[in-house]
Design a protein around this ligand. Structure first.
Ligand SMILES: CC(C)(COP(=O)(O)OP(=O)(O)OC[C@H]1O[C@@H](n2cnc3c(N)ncnc32)[C@H](O)[C@@H]1OP(=O)(O)O)[C@@H](O)C(=O)NCCC(=O)NCCS
Length: 138
């Protein structure tokens, strides 16, 4: 049986292991422990899924608990995928964010079909300023 917890008091190595075991580690700085530590420490809404004592899923977000929750990372171990864990992590993230809060995210290439499948709406005016890109000045 899978259990769910809210909170970011997690073992960093277990979190990094989960990112790798889900394949999301291909797109996150798993080789840079200090940066991964900051990513965890500065997130303010983290929901995790557990198979006994094994960390099998994570939803890591930044929320203002009033208007918007940015779901930065959603990851489930390959061994535990397609069991509904991702959906439950999203549901709990939405509950924790509060009823007036929308969830916003950028889908990783492997998950572009996932989000519409579970009910997300595509947004045609999402914009990103990537590291190193600068906002034009007057
Ligand atoms: C994307 C991910 C989080 C989904 O988690 P999951 O627990 O496997 O998904 P769920 O069990 O909640 O799936 C719910 C439904 O979506 C479907 N689904 C799962 N992964 C899918 C995918 N990649 N593309 C399309 N549909 C998918 C399931 O078959 C299921 O469909 P059903 O309800 O019709 O049976 C997980 O596959 C993962 O960690 N992927 C690698 C990391 C990644 O890309 N994360 C997203 C970062 S934005």
């Amino acid at each position: 049986m899978i259990s769910y917890r809210t909170g970011k008091a997690l073992d960093l190595d277990a979190v990094i292991d989960l990112y790798v075991a889900s394949t999301l580690g291909e797109r996150r700085p798993v080789g840079d422990r200090a940066r991964m530590q900051r990513m965890l420490a500065e997130a303010n809404l983290v929901v995790t899924a557990w198979d006994g004592e094994l960390l099998v899923g994570i939803s890591r977000s930044l929320s203002d608990f009033a208007h918007a929750t940015y779901l930065a990372d959603l990851a489930v171990r390959v061994s535990h995928q397609r069991l509904g864990i991702g959906q439950e992590l999203i549901r709990l993230t939405q509950v924790e964010g509060g009823p007036e809060t929308m969830i916003v995210l950028l889908a990783a290439p492997k998950a572009v079909e996932y989000y519409p499948h579970v009910g997300f709406e595509r947004h045609d005016s999402a914009w990103v300023l990537r590291p190193g890109q600068t906002c034009r000045r007057k």
